[in-house]
Write a protein that binds this ligand. Structure first.
Ligand code: FAD
Length: 699
């Protein structure tokens, strides 16, 4: 017969092997490799289960504000909107994480309920991780809701919603996510209340965009839901209780979670590390990369040994920094808490939908140092909610004058980069505002976020050691006594100084409690310092085929991931792998001041020969300001040739202008060397993006 026993058994073996291959071994229960586990970070495989209708009924809520947030900003605005709904209109409102609810029952939400979406657009037009499931569901052409009648053309005709998107106009897909969700909801028959709001990070108008949008929203909602405005009264969602006789072992002194507390008090394991459980990593080396009097850029080598964390060239590393001691003291002083800064307290949610935002019990000073973003720009709306707690009538009058006028606030507060403590002190002439309940700070200030850095090393050189390249934020503002000090970069700078035992010439250098909670960021036995880090996967990756040409545009610290790329290919070449050509466009002010990794490029050039070319653009040499995009055009012929040969094109660094200018420059090149119109060339650039051959890592 055509199939004898032998043929059949061979076929079965092939089938089993193929299935095993296709399922990457999952069929026979192989546990995922660390790489696979790590690749799952941030993508929840489980379906969301929360039922919003049930939750709203059980907690007597009329309004729900869903957020899609990556770095916490959208979540912060969602919280503010909920607070305002309740405090100003008596509208019981809750905030909900899009990831936690299955919204396939939106069609069954009663029409007296009000739903708002506050959604950020992330990366190249993507939804934030926590909004992905909902975004894919609602924008699907064949979206089907629970118990939906097949003839129902407007399944969401009961739904009244509001929407505010957070985006950045320097990106190609500005506010893509909220726009698509808005469009989908309208198409499904929902009614929007108020305008579709859009906040623009790129133009620096996010806060005022939000304020303008929410005023229009409330005007429309007042009519739609017959709301009555009442006098603002602060209604705490959290109850704070001071603890007199608590064992210090159970008090969080800045630990990010329970694992770390137990580790610090009883030497327990820290568990698997992730974005929710950072790793105290040893700092191997630090180095100043600039040679300039008042500017600093620090290279840090960090060791992941002892953790499950791994990275791949092109990924991002997150640094968890505390706030600086000057600002910690300042805020404690303003709130009249200096005397009892080390008193422990705990928090309880009064409202069942409110969340305790950080681990408790903790102390006032640890809260301000480790858990709250206290240095950010003071919000006009926040100041206005604090009027009732002013220490004197004069302070109240001044705070009212500032908070009630957008332009005055811009001129006297925002343009001076003042934070909340500095603003309050300005209003009261230095007097404390000790009537402000601490819970307002906890409920209003966002949680202190880790800062992200493009990894500047190659995992093929050392998979457990990575480096970052951070420019220290120290902004001089005319009219302001001290420069504005960025949170994480000045912490990195402090660590560098401790490690190199140098005295800093910066008279405005700020201090940090670098030892960390209970001193666990200092390794006493080896006398090394540690910092909390985690790794985030990115799509910014070298082509899998090492022979493909690579074009890299990385001015300033935008060169960081390309250092990793170039080291990676140099290693491959050393190991005998044939590699394709790489061209790197680097730009900075002056070759003698801020030419990052200058010596390394020469060494690599010697190793890679004609496979590596560095093109530099310096903006403060000579009379003409030369930027990378100019150099790109100058090398247009070569760039065009590489694109023809299947090159990948990478842009990293400043999102405000450079990324856009580079994209246009590439279109100009393609138009010229392909003999097509600018319009057609822009389409070619777009298709390169779609094919993932044009990648951006911009911030
Ligand atoms: P922050 O305290 O966060 O301040 C940052 C800025 O916020 C200030 O410069 C100022 O403009 C504004 N600001 C802060 N406080 C106020 C105030 N009170 N009033 C008004 N404005 C205020 N950076 C690098 O140097 N190298 C990299 O490789 C790198 N890669 C990145 C990759 C990604 C994916 C992302 C998202 C960012 C990257 N960054 C990189 C930027 C980095 O994450 C930080 O934003 C940067 O280092 C500043 O952090 P900071 O905590 O020191 O400053």
């Amino acid at each position: 017969s055509a199939f004898d026993v032998y043929d059949v058994s061979v076929l079965i073996i092939i089938l089993v092997l193929t299935l095993g291959f296709l399922t990457k071994g999952r069929l026979w229960g192989k546990s995922p490799s660390p790489e696979e586990m790590y690749n799952n970070i941030g993508t929840s495989e489980e379906e969301a289960e929360g039922n919003i209708i049930k939750t709203m009924e059980e907690t007597d809520k009329t309004m729900v504000i869903f957020f899609g947030s990556q770095t916490g900003t959208a979540e912060d605005y969602a919280n503010r909107l909920a607070k305002e709904a309740t405090a100003r209109f008596g509208l019981p409102a809750m905030v909900a994480d899009l990831e936690e609810y299955d919204l396939s029952n939106l069609n069954e939400l009663p029409s007296d309920k009000f739903v708002a979406f506050v959604m950020a657009t992330y990366g190249e037009g993507e939804p934030t991780d926590n909004a992905e499931l909902f975004f894919n569901f609602i924008t699907d052409e064949d979206v089907t809701f629970a118990n939906e009648q097949s003839a129902d053309e407007s399944p969401l005709s009961n739904l009244k919603y509001a929407i505010f998107g957070l985006g950045n106009n320097t990106y190609e897909h500005y506010n893509h996510c909220s726009r698509l969700v808005n469009k989908a909801l309208l198409a499904l028959g929902a009614t929007r209340v108020g305008p579709a709001g859009e906040g623009d990070e790129g133009a620096g108008t996010m806060e005022e965009d939000y304020l303008a949008w929410k005023e229009e929203l409330w005007t429309a909602a007042t009519a739609e839901f017959n709301l009555k405005e009442k006098e603002y009264v602060y209604q705490p969602a959290l109850e704070l209780t001071e603890l007199d006789d608590v064992s210090d072992d159970s008090v969080y002194h800045g630990e990010p979670n329970k694992n770390h507390l137990l580790h610090n008090t009883a030497s327990q394991s820290l568990g698997a590390h992730s974005a929710h459980n950072p790793f105290p990593a040893k700092i191997v080396a630090t180095k100043e990369l600039f040679n300039a009097k008042d500017r600093s850029c620090i290279h840090v080598d960090i060791d992941l040994t002892g953790s499950n964390l791994t990275y791949v060239t092109g990924d991002h590393a997150a640094v968890w920094a505390p706030n600086n001691e000057t600002e910690v003291e300042r805020l404690l002083m303003v709130l009249g808490l200096l005397d009892k800064k080390s008193t422990a307290y705990t928090l309880k949610a009064i409202d069942p939908t409110a969340k305790v935002p950080f681990p408790v019990p903790t102390t006032y000073e640890d809260t301000v140092r480790y858990y709250l973003e206290i240095n950010g720009p003071c919000s006009r709306q926040f100041l206005s909610t604090l009027l009732g707690f002013a220490p004197t009538p004069e302070a109240k009058k001044e705070a009212f004058r500032l908070s009630s006028d957008k332009d005055v606030f811009q001129e006297e507060i925002s343009s001076q980069y003042l934070n909340i403590a500095q603003t309050l002190l300005l209003c009261s002439n230095g007097q404390p505002w000790d009537k402000i309940p601490f819970t307002i700070m906890i409920e209003t200030l966002p949680r202190l976020q880790p800062r992200y850095y493009s990894i500047s090393s190659s995992s093929q050189v050392d998979k457990k050691k990575f480096s970052i390249t951070a420019v220290v934020e120290s902004i001089r503002v005319p009219g302001r006594k001290e420069p504005l000090k960025g949170v994480a970069t000045n912490y990195i700078k402090k660590l560098k100084h401790l490690m190199s035992n140098t005295v800093d010439s910066d008279k405005f250098m700020v201090d940090y409690q670098h030892e960390g909670p209970r001193g666990y960021l200092v390794d006493k036995s080896s006398d090394t310092l540690k910092m909390l880090v985690h790794i985030r996967r990115s799509n910014f990756k070298l082509p899998t085929d090492p022979t493909k040409p690579v074009i890299m545009i990385g001015p300033g610290t935008g060169v960081a991931p390309f250092r990793g790329f170039v080291h990676e290919r140099a290693t491959q070449a050393r190991n005998g792998t044939p590699v394709g050509p790489m061209i790197l466009f680097f730009g900075s002010r002056h070759p003698e001041q801020d030419f990052l990794y200058q010596e390394e490029w020469s060494e690599i050039g010697e190793q890679l020969g004609d496979k590596f070319k560095l093109v530099t653009a310096f903006s403060r040499v000579g009379n003409d300001k030369i930027y990378v995009q100019h150099k790109l055009v100058e090398y247009g012929e070569l760039v065009s040739k590489y694109i023809d040969e299947g090159a990948n094109f990478y842009v990293c660094g400043d999102a405000s202008h450079m990324a856009r200018d580079v994209s246009h420059a590439l279109a100009t090149i393609i138009a010229k060397y392909k003999g097509i119109s600018e319009f057609e060339a822009e389409e070619v650039v777009k298709s390169l993006r779609v094919q993932n051959r044009y990648q951006e890592d911009v911030w």
